[in-house]
Design a protein around this ligand. Structure first.
Ligand SMILES: [Zn+2]
Length: 274
C-alpha cells in the first residue's frame, strides 16, 4: 500500500489521463487542483515527507487556511501524470493565513505547483464561498473547438452561453447559469486570476479568450463532465457553422430552452434569453 493506492489520488490521476486522451493538454498545457477532504488527507498523511519551505502566493484566501490541495506541477505534462506521478503532481498544504503553500508530497526533484496555482487558489476561494463549501475541483484545459469560437463570436457571456446552449440539448441542463468570458490576458499573473475569480462568483465555468476554459465543480465527474459538455457543444457549433458556411437554418428557440429547464427542474439565467 502506497499513496498511489489511495482512492482520491487514483481518481485524480485518472482525470489527468482522461484530459490527455481528449487532446486538451498539448505539451505542458492545462492544470488541475483538488481541495482534499479531511479523511483523504488522513489517508495520505502516512506518506507525507518533511514539508518544504512556505512559499508566498501573492494572493490570500482566508477561507482556505489549513487546506490541502492535490495539484499538477509547473511545466509538467498531463501526458506524464499516469506513468510518472511523483514528478508530475503533488500535495501542498496551505498556511494558517491562507497566503502561502508548502509541498508535503510529490513534485519531486524541486518541482513546484502549477504556475496558475494562484489563479486556482483564488477561484477555489470564491467557489467555496459561492457553493457553501461544496466546490472542490478547479480544472483548466485547452479544448480546441471552444478556443476557435473565441475568434469568431463577440467575447461576451451572453453570446457564448446562447451559442453553447443552442448547440446541444443537454447544455441548458448541465450549465443553466451560463458561462463567463475573460478577454485575452497574459496567463499566470494576478490580473487574470482576479478577472477569472470575479466571474466565478457567478459562473462555474469561464472561457479564456484565445486560450482555453476554466471549470469548477464538487467532484471530478461533474467538473470533467462540464468541460467535456462545453467542448462537445463548441465542436457542434463549429461543425454547423462550417457546414452551413455561417448560415443556420434552424436551432433550439428560446421558448424551447425554457421548456427544457422546466422539464429538468433547473433555473436558466434569464439575462441570456430573449
Ligand atoms: Zn492554459
Amino acid at each position: 500500500m502506497g499513496i498511489l493506492d489511495v482512492e482520491i489520488v487514483k481518481l485524480y490521476i485518472r482525470m489527468c489521463q482522461d484530459g490527455w486522451e481528449q487532446g486538451w493538454h498539448e505539451r505542458n498545457g492545462g492544470n488541475l487542483t483538488y481541495r482534499m477532504k479531511a479523511e483523504e488527507v488522513d489517508a495520505c498523511r502516512p506518506f507525507f515527507r518533511t514539508p518544504g519551505e512556505w512559499v508566498q502566493m501573492g494572493v490570500t484566501g482566508e477561507n482556505l487556511a489549513g487546506e490541502y490541495f492535490l495539484t499538477t506541477g509547473s511545466g509538467k505534462y498531463f501526458r506524464n501524470v499516469q506513468p510518472d506521478p511523483t514528478h508530475s503532481i503533488g500535495i501542498v498544504e496551505i498556511n494558517d493565513k491562507g497566503d502561502a503553500w508548502r509541498i508535503v508530497w510529490g513534485l519531486e526533484n524541486g518541482a513546484r505547483p502549477t504556475s496558475e496555482f494562484p489563479s486556482h487558489f483564488m477561484n477555489h476561494s470564491v467557489r467555496v464561498a459561492a457553493t457553501d463549501g461544496a466546490c472542490r475541483v478547479i480544472y483548466h484545459a485547452h479544448p480546441a473547438n471552444l478556443i476557435a469560437m473565441t475568434y469568431v463570436l463577440p467575447l461576451t457571456a451572453r453570446d457564448f452561453t446562447r451559442a453553447l446552449w443552442k448547440s446541444a440539448t443537454e447544455c441548458p441542463v448541465v450549465f443553466p447559469g451560463g458561462v463567463g468570458v475573460v478577454p485575452w490576458m497574459v496567463p499566470g499573473g494576478a490580473d487574470i486570476a482576479l478577472a477569472t475569480s470575479e466571474l466565478m462568483k457567478q459562473y462555474d465555468a469561464a472561457v479564456w479568450a484565445h486560450h482555453g476554459l476554466f471549470c469548477s465543480g464538487p467532484d471530478f465527474d461533474t467538473t470533467f463532465g462540464l468541460m467535456h459538455t462545453i467542448e462537445k457543444a463548441a465542436q457542434i457549433w463549429i461543425l454547423a457553422q462550417s457546414a452551413g458556411q455561417g448560415k443556420i437554418l434552424q436551432t433550439i428557440r428560446d421558448d424551447e430552452l425554457r421548456a427544457i429547464a422546466t422539464e429538468f427542474g433547473v433555473q436558466l439565467n434569464e439575462d441570456f434569453l430573449d
